[in-house]
Structures are given as C-alpha cells and as structure tokens.
Design a protein around this ligand. Sequence first.
Ligand SMILES: Cc1cc2nc3c(=O)[nH]c(=O)nc-3n(C[C@H](O)[C@H](O)[C@H](O)COP(=O)(O)OP(=O)(O)OC[C@H]3O[C@@H](n4cnc5c(N)ncnc54)[C@H](O)[C@@H]3O)c2cc1C
Length: 462
Amino acid sequence: MTDRGVLTATGARIKEAAVEEFKARLRGQLLRPGDDAYDEARKLWNGMFDRRPALIARCAGTADVMSAVNFARDNGLRAAVRGGGHSFPGHSVCDGGLVIDLSPMKGIRVDPAARRARAQPGVKWIEFDHETQALGLATTGGTASDTGIAGLTLGGGLGWLSGKYGLTVDNLVSADVVIADGRFLTASATENQDLFWGLRGGCGNLGVVTSFEYQLHAVGPMILGGMVVYPLGKAKEVLRFYREFSKTAPDELTTYAAFLNPPDGDTVAALICCYCGSLDKGEEVIRPLRSFGPPLQDMLGPMPYAAQQSLTDAALPAGSCYYAKGSSLADLTDQAIEVFVEYAATKPSPLSAVLVQTVGGAASRVDSEATAFAHRRFPYAPVIVSQWLDAADSEENVGWARDFWRALQPFAGGVYVNDLSYDDEDRVRIAYGANYERLAGLKKKYDPDNFFRLNPNIKPAG
Ligand SMILES: Cc1cc2nc3c(=O)[nH]c(=O)nc-3n(C[C@H](O)[C@H](O)[C@H](O)COP(=O)(O)OP(=O)(O)OC[C@H]3O[C@@H](n4cnc5c(N)ncnc54)[C@H](O)[C@@H]3O)c2cc1C
C-alpha cells in the first residue's frame, strides 16, 4: 500500500507516520482534504481564492502553534498563518503546505483597572469590542467588525479612534510570539524591544503572534457617528470640503470620505465619521458635515460605538470576489479629486466602493520611525475596493480598480501595507518605506530562512 503522507513544494513526501505524530501532538484538530470541516476551514473572506492546503492545523493554543511551526519548518512545508482570514491578497491560505489556523484561539481578558486587554489571534473586532465595551473601554480597531485583530494590528491598524488614540500598533503594549525556530518570545518596550518595534507594522514577517496586549481607553458606549450622503453630482465639492474640514478637526473626530451605493441606489459621495468625545460638544463639531449643502440623507447621530464599528459590514460580505488597491496621499489636490469622481462614476459594479481613510491627529504625531508603520505623514490613505459576484466579471472589475489606481499615482507617495493587493509585490518596499532596511535586519535575525513568507514579504538582509 502506498503511504498517504503529504507532498512538499519540492515534491518530497512526508511520511504518514510523521503526519500522525504531528496530529497527536496537537490539542486542536488537524484537517486534511476529505475531512468534513476542511472546505469551510480553507475559505477566506475574499471569494477570489479557492486554495487547497495539504494540512490545516486548527491551533487551540500556543503549544499547537509551536508544534505547527516546527513541523512545517522541519519538513520543508510552506506555511500560511491565518488570523481573521481578511487578507485582501489571500495570504492566509495556501495551495499545498500547512495553514497554521489561529481562528479557534478566541480568548480575551480585560483588566478594567489597568485599562488593558489581552486577546488571542483568532479574535475578530466584533468579539474584542463586545468584551471591552461591556466595561466602557475600547482601543483603535478596524472599521469592519468581522476583520481579525491579528493581521490588522500587525500591519498598523487604522480606525475610528485613530485621531484620538493613534493607530492600533500605538496601543499595543506587548505580544507573545513564536518565531521561526519554534522559540516563544515576549516582545514589549522592555523585552525584545527590536522585535516589538518590528511587529508594529512589519506584518507577519517575524513570527506568529499568539497573544496581543492592548492599551484601552474610556470610549462610549455612545459616540456620535454614522454618515451623511450627497449626490454624486456634488462629489467634487464634498471632497474639497472634506479636505479642509479634516485639516482642522479635533482629535476626537475621525472622518472618512467614501463613494458607495446604497442598496438599489445610485452612487453617492458619503462622509462617515466618529466623534468619541462628549456628545454635546460633538454635535457642534460635526454640524458642518451636515449643513454643507442639502444632503440626500443625514444618518449622523448618537449611536453605540459597537454599531459604528459595524457600519460597513453589510456592504462587505464574505464570499464576494474582491480586489483592493491602496495608496497614501500627501494631499487631496483638485486634480486628485477629479480622478476620484471620474472613476467613482464609472465603476462597473455597484458593489464596489472607495474609502478615503485618514491618518490624522494622534496617529500622525508619532514619529514615522518609532514603529515599523512608516506612512504617518500622509494624511489620506484611500483604498479602492472592487467587489463583484461572478468570477466571469473579474477582468472588468480588477481592470477598473487598476486603472483608477494608476490615475491616482501622480498624487501618491506610499501605501498602507494592509491595503496591498496580490499583484503588488513590487510595492512591498514602498509600503514599509524608510523602515524597510531595519525590518530586513530583523528578518535576518528572527527568520533568516524566510520561513514566514506568505505576507507582504521582507527579504532577510544579505
Ligand atoms: C472588509 C475589510 C475591512 C478592513 N478594514 C480595515 C480598517 O478599518 N483598518 C485597517 O487598518 N485595515 C482594514 N482592513 C485591512 C486589514 O487590516 C487586513 O486585511 C488584515 O490583514 C486582516 O487581518 P486578518 O487577521 O483578518 O487576516 P488574515 O487573512 O488572517 O491575515 C492577514 C495577514 O496577517 C498574517 N497573520 C494573521 N495572523 C497572524 C498572527 N497571529 N501572527 C503573524 N501573522 C499573522 C497572515 O499570515 C496574513 O499575511 C480591512 C480589510 C477588509 C477585508
């Protein structure tokens, strides 16, 4: 009888006995093609990717992660690391190889007295916010509640609280990490400081994070948020207004501009905001957003912070085909605004959207070299999110996003690493900016063989 085993990328076969021994070492499950849970476990949020890993280790804790890293490394298996599964370019599942699936690791512990939370890497923002908001606390997290805390934190983390409390990485206090040689390290301002620096923007290049410790802040439960929408015909004025308004907004207010379609409606220009200070003061601060011309719809008002965090969820369902393309802009010039409006008006799919994120307030006052997140001096981080349902329409929808992005490039200077797409390999260096060389040195120290390479990859320094 032939040995079932597992094939590596070089065609070598790992013996079945070795796979069985690995399985026996895990507290979580080891899934293989044909197992009931396999197809569900290999799905990503982005329906563009239909990959078939040889093995999926559903890790129950740090010990499983160590076993998985050691098994893959010792047997020459490529390894993908999966947190919340929201990687735009699909880095967290591979064809063949091993997926180190952290999604079962859902532990969260909040310490209200110290205003700290520890969370495991399978946690999503909706789960994190649920626990912290019960105590009136929060930290900067992503604006789609289904996104994982892990990948978002390791890339930087833009969110509704960035203006007041900085990026997610600015609120990271420590992290537990399994590095490529299987060792367990803790990184913080006092331990393995170089690793701590690199984790805050260096993505998954330096190891697998098995626990994140965050600084929390008093937030909500009610904030002032929501959106106000204007007809596309007023979009240029809306963006010009947004440019001036965002320059003088207080830290408590974070505002994004967007082009999107309401269900069954025409494309609109929207201003979406979150004011996390006192509600009375906030009403005054956001008044210009709603009094600028008659809006089509004014949905601004007091709401739970958790509702604000879910505002865009319905528009970004799992399983659609997605292609995202990001840029960083030093300014929203009139010429750049022309490009936004032209392409927003010609999107082939009504499901596609453009979000002009901001990196302002507290996030912009941190030194660009203080953490590995490089692009703090670019106040605008637009991301074009093309979405469609039928794979036959991929070329047209990917093409629209590429053309749009290309037209924006004369005004762009960088890109947020978490907004890179699968065809952006030549932009990875740009995403890490001036911090690339230092990150390459850390890669050499912590992962000299580039074991963790399914990510916006940093090559170990020569
Ligand atoms: C709908 C949507 C909304 C978004 N909104 C925001 C937003 O508001 N703000 C923002 O900053 N970004 C946003 N993003 C981008 C988001 O930050 C990235 O897609 C992020 O990588 C997702 O993390 P994840 O854990 O869900 O993804 P995964 O696909 O699980 O992982 C993404 C990458 O991180 C690596 N990784 C995951 N977990 C670990 C770990 N524990 N240790 C080491 N490496 C790991 C993976 O290997 C992969 O390379 C959004 C993305 C989507 C799809």
